[in-house]
Write a protein that binds this ligand. Structure first.
Ligand SMILES: Nc1ncnc2c1ncn2[C@@H]1O[C@H](COP(=O)(O)OP(=O)(O)OP(=O)(O)O)[C@@H](O)[C@H]1O
Ligand SMILES: [Mg+2]
Length: 250
């Protein structure tokens, strides 16, 4: 269980995050959804441990990790631009982090991930010869072989188009289930957040506008911002929302 207690962040006297309180259960997929500049990446970086909060506490499995270094927290992130090594093969990118930590994942576990992500036919290719969706999956595999305690993703799907987006969404869900892995995803796309996650954190100018399940957000938007920013932006009509959840409206 990850708990953020009253997390605040200021830059040069301006408060960017104004007291964030959330709980994330093990194995949950949580989306952080909000417009540009609302503080999504800042919040993700505070959880990861590369940015310090100005105030508040981060509790992970009952331990206060507010002042714990990023390495000791053991969370891991896939950055928006993937940051892959262009001259290495897909496989060597995936196992790169195991060089100095080869006990983290066995060869069998690496192969299992490669299969799970559907990369078996691409592992010998150089990064520059991969499609956007394949690069994204290599970046995911490279992070997952490190067995993060929490997986953080900053806009993982924004560069991908329709069909590939759907297939990666399905794989992310599968990974969360298979490994009981907590996943926190930043996105500015309401449809993506509502269809991918167990809970959605809607951020508006550094304030939590609503933190609920997709169903609650659709059925009971807490305020006008949620109505306007989330529901009005959906491409499909509210009464067709069933199809968003593949018919499983839970
Ligand atoms: N290091 C910094 N110094 C000063 N201001 C910063 C710094 N990092 C972020 N900010 C400001 O904090 C606010 C929130 O930024 P953040 O990157 O968290 O937004 P975001 O929700 O991720 O936006 P986007 O969707 O555009 O990525 C912005 O106004 C940004 O200019
Ligand atoms: Mg951002």
């Amino acid at each position: 269980m990850l708990k953020l207690n009253n997390i605040k962040k200021s830059y040069e006297g301006t408060e960017i995050l104004k007291g964030i309180n959330i709980e994330v259960k093990d194995g949950e997929i949580v989306s952080i959804l909000g417009p540009s500049g609302s503080g999504k990446t800042t919040l993700l970086n505070i959880i990861l441990g590369i940015t310090d909060a100005s105030e508040g506490e981060i509790i992970f499995n009952e331990k206060n990790i507010t002042n714990t270094s990023m390495e000791k927290r053991g969370f891991n992130i896939v950055f928006q631009d993937y940051a892959l090594f262009p001259n290495l093969s897909a496989y060597n990118n995936i196992v790169y982090g195991l060089k100095n930590n080869n006990n983290l994942s066995t060869k069998e576990e690496v192969d299992e991930l490669i299969n799970l992500l559907g990369l078996e036919n691409h592992i010998d290719k150089k990064i520059e010869n991969l499609s956007g969706g394949q690069k994204q999956r290599v970046a995911l595999a490279r992070t997952l072989v490190m067995k993060p305690k929490i997986l953080l993703l900053d806009e993982p799907l924004s560069a991908l188009d329709g069909v590939i987006k759907e297939s990666i969404k399905e794989r992310i869900k599968k990974i969360a289930k298979e490994f009981n892995l907590t996943i926190i995803i930043v996105t500015h796309d309401p449809e993506e957040a509502l269809t991918l996650s167990d809970k959605v954190l809607i951020l508006n100018e550094g304030i939590v506008s609503q933190y609920s399940t997709p169903k609650e957000i659709i059925d009971k938007p807490k305020n006008q911002f949620v109505e306007k920013f989330i529901l009005n932006q959906l491409n499909i009509k509210k009464n067709n929302i069933f199809s968003l959840f593949g018919g499983i409206y839970v």
